[in-house]
Ligand binder design. Structure first.
Ligand code: MN3
Length: 247
């Protein structure tokens, strides 16, 4: 995927950002934004909790590498793509990545693949962090719970369909709970960093099934990771998101 040269550049960018961080901030907050791309315009959001907040279901080292290296690399590579083609217009970087992804055909061709892959990675991960929280076995409540029961018949049936989709996705990609333009729920998968946004659907919850999301702890046992994921879904956040899009 990344060339050696790109990887070295990414490391250099992350190193520069780290050096620029006030030492006190880095010491007091282990989840401080250590790798925000210095050139912008796209910025790595800080992990909204400590690396070990999801232990033992998702381990601290996986979270650290996933956020500080993988997500940071998507941001850095997206910024590089915009910087490499100034002729695509000065305003591309001012458009939220979400809006670029919603209308990929409108994105200048020179940077379209980068927006799809790196921008998709940036958007998907930014959402992913927010949807996670150790939940002690909680289930969705309120309007989202009602919609899940209506569409899938039960939470257990939803879980089963979701688990099948996430475990069956061949290679790297995601499984998603989405809401479509008709306000209907469904489960879908996407390869690579493709996002339901580009298909006209709003992702409510996604599970990253790239090996980098689980390999340190679960190795090849993706089904164990998919099962553990139910212990770390922030259903309050996902439920609020459902209400936001469905009203
Ligand atoms: Mn990932």
């Amino acid at each position: 995927m990344m060339t050696r040269r790109q990887a070295m550049k990414t490391t250099a960018l992350a190193g520069a950002a780290l050096a620029a961080l006030p030492a006190a901030l880095a010491q007091n907050n282990p989840a401080a934004p250590v790798a925000a791309a210095p050139t912008g315009p796209f910025v790595l959001p800080p992990l909204p909790y400590a690396y070990d907040a999801l232990e033992p279901h998702i381990d601290a080292l996986t979270m650290q590498i996933h956020h500080d290296k993988h997500h940071a690399a998507y941001v850095a590579n997206l910024n590089k793509a915009v910087a490499d083609f100034p002729d695509v217009g000065p305003d591309v970087g001012k458009i939220p990545v979400e809006d670029l992804l919603k209308n990929l055909t409108a994105v200048p061709e020179k940077i379209r693949t980068a927006v799809r892959n790196q921008g998709g990675g940036h958007y998907n991960h930014s959402l992913f962090w927010q949807t996670l929280k150790k939940n002690n076995g909680a289930e969705p409540q309120g309007a989202l719970a009602a919609a899940i029961n209506q569409h899938f018949n039960s939470f257990a049936a939803f879980k089963e369909t979701w688990t099948k989709a996430a475990t069956a996705q061949f290679g790297s990609g995601w499984a998603w709970l989405v809401v479509d333009a008709g306000k209907q729920l469904s489960i879908e998968t996407s390869p690579n960093q493709d996002t339901p946004l580009s298909q006209g659907r709003q992702p409510l919850l996604g599970i990253d099934v790239w090996e980098h999301a689980y390999y340190l702890k679960y190795q090849n046992r993706r089904p164990e990771y998919v099962a553990a994921f139910f212990q770390v879904i922030n259903w309050d956040f996902v439920g609020d998101r459902y209400t936001k899009f469905v009203g």
